[in-house]
Ligand binder design. Sequence first.
Ligand code: PMV
Length: 335
Amino acid sequence: MARPRAFAATYVAPPNIALVKYWGVRDPERALPYNSSISVTLERLRSRTTVRFDPSLAEDRVTLNGSPADGGPREGVVRFLDRVRARAGRPWSAVVRSTNNFPTASGLASSASGFAALAGAATAAAGLRLTPRALSQLARFGSGSAARSVFGGFVEWRAGTRADGRDCYARPLHGPGHWPDLVDLVLLVDRAPVKQVRSADAMQRTVRTSPGYARRLEELPGRLRGIRRALRDRDAEALFPLVMEECDSFREVCETTRPALDYLTATSRAILAQVRTLNRAAGRPLAAYTHDAGAHVHVFTLEPDFARVRARLARLPGVRRALQVRPGPGGRRID
Ligand code: PMV
């Protein structure tokens, strides 16, 4: 009997850094967030994932950064493939190979790029032809922030209001070239702890226990409006304070979660303090810090101020590397 054909595809997707954070799920079954979020897709960094469905395989084989995956990471991939298999009506097992060109589970959003790349590769390999919007709607089941990595530039993931989730999807606000002067200085800190609790679990703990969560949700529509407007107008003086306010709000609800979620190291905190000092000394918002559920810090600044900001921050004790990253393109199929 002739061996049935295997179906394969390769997809690359970048991480993104949220200016407005996704943190809390209103419907876990449909992976619907409480609030809309906004992010910048990052250039140069990427996950690259190949999926090959093969009817002769007994079970999925998953390799992450060259090593066989097991436990939680493998289960996350298998669950996601099950969703794609159900949708495509193809029961076959798959070989999945995924690599990142940056540190995994470090707060550089490897789950966003990883699941966006898996969504792109698995659906293409399964013969599904999805629009980018539909791909973003699928990717969020792997990791919420992955919905945004489908697109390049400045991206909003709309929470929507419908119970069936049809109005919950990511869409590009502006392309990668919209604001050429805007630069993200990514500061990788020493001894960044490996994540203990998956973000998906950590955020639900915040929803249940943080006394500040309800207030955060009330504040968010205003902050989202302000950030959308500042991005549209390329207005750094409006944007930077809002980005830091949002980061502080995110950190506050994490720290008041029980048990507390503390993602930062002393070096991360020193970077935040130094950005505040720089802004005070300049008498204007020269830079804005933000961080995700990890210890590395992203500092946005404008090109003319970049060298000055970098000089102050990159030499702080405990800063291991400083990368200059700009908004970049979204995920794409490469085979
Ligand atoms: O996409 P997840 O489940 O890894 O959660 C992402 C959470 C944050 O990175 C902290 C915020 C965000 O919007 O990216």
